[in-house]
Design a protein around this ligand. Structure first.
Ligand SMILES: Nc1ncnc2c1ncn2[C@@H]1O[C@H](COP(=O)(O)OP(=O)(O)O)[C@@H](O)[C@H]1O
Ligand SMILES: [Mg+2]
Length: 229
């Protein structure tokens, strides 16, 4: 079998605070125990930053010397091919789940150390049904045997069941929450939905915090300036 490989260009510019937050997340995952290897990343609404967190977390895990797979299960709104300027034609999850591609043909190695990826594939009209199929579970099971970590990027949990379907098959979940967007009530409901699927919540990421107008910023800068003394 010849290995499939893609070239990806990371659009993210250096961002000290973001990188530090992702490193903290990586450390927390490392300390969650050896049984936590299939991790679902979700949020309440679209655009809260799930895909961004998923990929940057994968990069950090890869740098640490662990093999990691990014599995894009957001068949409704896939972003990796365009955001990372993948030029070549790829086959993805929706094609595998609908019987058009074989499992070994949808896994791509990348130019990032230890990071492989499964793209979502073309949009399908019935993502929830596709993800509920046994073949999705079989794929996750096979990948568990090949990687130290599998990060499953999903659609928002707010009004779709895809994330809960994926979470049922995973060991833990990370919730990405956009600062100032999600009410406590909505976040708690999403958390309960995930827990109902039997998935252990590893933690939440408060994303897109306005650093200039937020009290956390002064706290950070305080520590930062302290360090430099
Ligand atoms: N911490 C952040 N600060 C500013 N913009 C962000 C941040 N995280 C993500 N974004 C931007 O928000 C948009 C949505 O992010 P994305 O990861 O695609 O969200 P989701 O996967 O939850 O739909 C993208 O344009 C992304 O670049
Ligand atoms: Mg996304």
């Amino acid at each position: 079998m010849t290995e499939r490989r893609v070239l990806m260009t990371d659009p993210r510019q250096n961002d000290y605070f973001y990188e530090e937050a992702i490193k903290t997340l990586r450390t927390n995952i490392q300390f969650s125990g050896t049984g936590i290897r299939l991790i679902v990343v979700t949020s309440c609404y679209p655009n809260e930053g799930k895909s961004d967190v998923t990929f940057q977390l994968a990069l950090e895990i890869g740098k640490m010397g662990k093999k990691v797979l990014v599995l894009d299960a957001d068949i409704r709104k896939s972003c990796y091919v365009s955001r990372f300027q993948v030029k070549q034609k790829t086959e993805g999850l929706s094609q595998y789940l609908s019987g058009q591609s074989k499992a070994q043909d949808i896994v791509y190695s990348t130019n990032f150390h230890n990071v492989d990826i499964i793209f979502a594939g073309p949009a399908a009209p019935n993502p929830s049904e596709l993800l509920a199929q046994e073949s999705f579970g079989a794929l996750l099971h096979a990948m568990r045997g090949k990687y130290d970590y599998v990060l499953v990027d999903t659609p928002p949990i707010g009004n779709l069941i895809d994330a809960a379907v994926a979470a049922r098959q995973c060991d833990g979940a990370i919730m990405v929450i956009e600062s100032d967007l999600v009410s406590r009530k909505v976040a708690v409901k999403a958390k309960q939905q995930l827990e109902m699927s039997g998935c252990h919540i590893l933690g939440a990421v408060l994303n897109k915090v306005d650093m200039k107008n937020n009290k956390y910023y002064s706290k950070y800068s305080y520590y930062y300036s302290d360090e430099k003394k």
